[in-house]
Design a protein around this ligand. Structure first.
Ligand code: BGC
Length: 556
């Protein structure tokens, strides 16, 4: 294949653009709706390019927009090389891509290689085919146990449904076999030992790369290789981090064979100019992250540690140091992230007493314990501005720039997420962070579109609307904008130096060009050292940094 140089109007040709990029995650169905059907779409994203530009981000990452029956919010893909007709067309995609590129914003798409949907052509073909056929070999079909094959082939537990095996008759198959799915039954796992599957994903990656897509976020990147030797090993509880990374020999997570797949992908990525980039979503032991982030494999791997790091100085310092060391080991760069479409929004987490069991709190519709929204938003902003100063790239999630909170009281009848619907209803699920964004303070769906919204938006969304925050220079939006654009000027060598502070609940670091960052977690007031104040998440009066505040300043 020849090198592809796309029309890259506003884009730099720097091969290392991704190392310190700010990447904004768009959940397309909840970002902006151009046709009033209540579902966000590609044209909606295009219409908001000026907004994206105003954020001074380097790239957007789009969660799946492919045809899907939405058994898992689009992570159940019917066709990897198309756009869901409810969201638009490939032509709309190209138009969006060109528009973003023109403004210097690159684009990541989400690749879901562990499983397709049950409506994918291949799965339909497999169901109609006989055991042992070529069509069934693309997935993981097995005979059941018991006298008549009436029991699942193994005790493996799935992430959503109790068993990770579903009898094919559920979807109309007539051969008395079972198929494997790590997630919902509507998400049958591919057989990655099958060359046809491997080749088809190369085709998909090439399809999007040729269109000009700059990067890929790889869903469940640790899941593709599985130990399918029989008799099956036992996994009566869902394989967690503790079992995973058994030196690369777990049952279905983080097995060493997975890297051969990514090495082949890397060869493809490197045929483009600049090379296509990828970031792995891999829930593995931290020491295994570098294997996914290697220059020979995907190049970057999400380090999710800040999602659960308590808002506290010592914990932040340890997490920062460890993440930087890990990335350096591998010549990769850090991947800071506080929120995404699978997590309770970090403004909400930070407004809750840390002792509260969040899962129960969510199941009580957010009523069992008080939420201090104001301090949640302020602390979340301080945390975000702290990580935006660090070397490496930041992956942020739509709405966090508004300080938006989780919607905790979505009625059961409106919940879409299988994590609630399938998981014996012991977990409220992830819809609360996927509610369509408020753009205006009024209107049927707060400016999301001219119709309604596919998940109910609470009244308080009005206070967080883009339109409202744009008028307030102390709003989270104004501060994010300022930080993201300043960051471009301040970015320098991927180095950090820690400075002593006079209070243990304050951290201070600097970057090589005199850019300093102080975060005050709890000290009543902390005296800012001499320097030029560039930014603060709460007002600094007479050099005093209040608790729950981050400041950026420059030392002369
Ligand atoms: C995605 C989830 C999805 C799961 C299955 C994840 O890691 O981020 O939203 O439910 O993969 O595809």
């Amino acid at each position: 294949m020849s090198k592809t140089t796309k029309k890259t109007s506003g884009l730099s040709q720097d091969k290392n653009w991704w190392r310190q990029a700010a990447i904004y995650q768009i959940y397309p169905r909840s970002f902006a709706d151009s046709n009033g059907d209540g579902i966000g779409d590609i044209k909606g994203i295009t219409s908001r390019i000026p907004y994206l530009k105003s954020l001074a981000i380097d790239a957007v990452w789009l969660s799946p927009f492919y045809p899907s029956a939405l058994a898992d919010g689009g992570y159940d893909v019917d066709d990897y090389r198309d756009v869901d007709p409810k969201l638009g067309t490939l032509a709309d995609f190209d138009e969006m891509l060109a528009g973003l590129h023109k403004e210097g914003i690159r684009v990541f798409v989400d690749i879901v290689p562990n499983h397709s949907s049950n409506l994918h052509e291949w799965f339909k073909e497999a169901l109609a085919a006989k055991p042992g056929s070529k069509a069934r070999e693309r997935y993981i079909f097995r005979d059941g146990k018991g006298a008549n094959g009436e029991l699942p082939p193994s005790d493996w537990v799935s992430h959503f449904a109790p068993s990770s095996w579903t009898h094919e008759s559920t979807f109309g198959g007539k051969n008395n076999q079972w198929f494997l799915h790590w997630f919902a039954p509507e998400q049958p796992d591919f057989n990655w030992e099958n060359r046809e599957v491997q080749k088809d994903f190369l085709k998909t990656l090439k399809f999007w790369s040729d269109r000009g897509v700059d990067g890929f976020r790889i869903d469940v990147a640790h899941g593709l290789a599985k130990d399918l030797s029989e008799p099956f090993r036992s996994m009566p509880v869902h394989e967690g981090l503790e079992q995973r990374g058994n030196k690369g020999k777990g049952i279905w997570g983080d097995r060493n064979e997975v890297f051969a797949i990514y090495k082949e992908w890397r060869k493809l990525f490197n045929q483009y100019d600049p090379p296509r980039v990828a970031v792995a979503e891999a829930f593995v032991h931290p020491e295994r992250l570098p294997l996914y982030a290697s220059t020979k494999t995907l190049g970057q791997c999400f380090d999710f540690r800040f999602i659960e790091t308590p808002f506290e100085a010592h914990a932040y310092k340890v997490a920062t140091k460890e993440a930087i060391e890990l990335a350096q080991k591998n010549k990769s760069s850090c991947t800071w992230t506080l929120s995404n479409h699978d997590q309770i929004r970090h403004a909400t987490k930070m407004g809750l007493n840390p002792a509260v069991n969040r899962r129960s709190w969510m199941l009580s519709n957010g009523t069992s314990h008080p939420l201090d929204k104001e301090s949640g938003t302020a602390n979340a902003l301080a945390a975000s501005i702290y990580i935006l100063g660090l070397p490496g790239s930041t992956y942020m999630y739509q709405g966090e720039e508004l300080g938006l909170h989780e919607v905790t009281d979505i009625p059961e009848s409106e919940i879409q997420d299988p994590q609630y619907l399938r998981n014996l209803k012991v977990d409220k699920g992830r819809d609360g962070c996927r509610v369509p964004l408020p753009w205006t303070a009024s209107g049927s769906s707060f400016g999301f579109g001219s119709g309604g919204a596919h998940l109910p938006q609470p009244k308080w969304f009005a206070d967080y609307a883009v339109e409202v925050e744009e008028k307030d220079e102390s709003s989270p939006l104004a501060i994010y904008r300022k930080a993201l654009s300043l960051r471009k000027e301040l970015q320098t060598k991927e180095e950090i130096k820690w400075h002593k502070t006079t209070d243990i609940s304050v951290l201070h670091y600097s970057r090589p060009n005199g850019w300093n960052v102080i975060i005050n977690f709890r000290a009543e007031n902390y005296q800012m050292p001499k320097g030029e104040l560039l930014l603060s998440t709460r007002p600094v009066v007479n050099g005093k940094i209040p608790a729950g505040t981050t400041v950026w300043f420059k030392k002369k």
